[in-house]
Design a protein. Structure first.
Length: 106
């Protein structure tokens, strides 16, 4: 992918937008990893879902192995808002939690 720069050394509007999207994606992935690690350290099983939420987390009883707690987690960074699908999923599911994360490095 070539970068288009005009005579004054400025990037095109399309290129700046593309870079902003990439940066937001990196920040989002870093935020997801922070939340995933926090839940795993808290004794939860973490499973990637992908549609309408980022993760399904479960806590099991140590003796019986039964699931005692299960919820869907959506991770947001910065000023990100829920998408239409995420809002619908949140409305349908009681145990849907939006986690805000601010990664220092991404």
């Amino acid at each position: 992918m070539s970068m288009v720069i005009d005579l004054w050394g400025r990037k095109s509007k399309k290129q700046r937008k593309r870079e902003q999207i990439r940066e937001s994606q990196r920040k989002g992935r870093a935020g997801e990893e922070i939340v995933r690690m926090n839940y795993e350290l808290g004794g939860y099983e973490v499973e990637r879902t992908g549609k309408g939420s980022d993760f399904r987390v479960r806590r099991r009883d140590l003796l019986t192995g039964r699931v005692v707690e299960s919820k869907l987690i959506e991770v947001k960074t910065g000023e990100a808002k829920l998408s239409e699908l995420q809002r619908k999923t949140k409305k349908k599911k009681r145990k849907y939690k939006v986690e805000r994360a601010e990664p220092l490095f991404y």
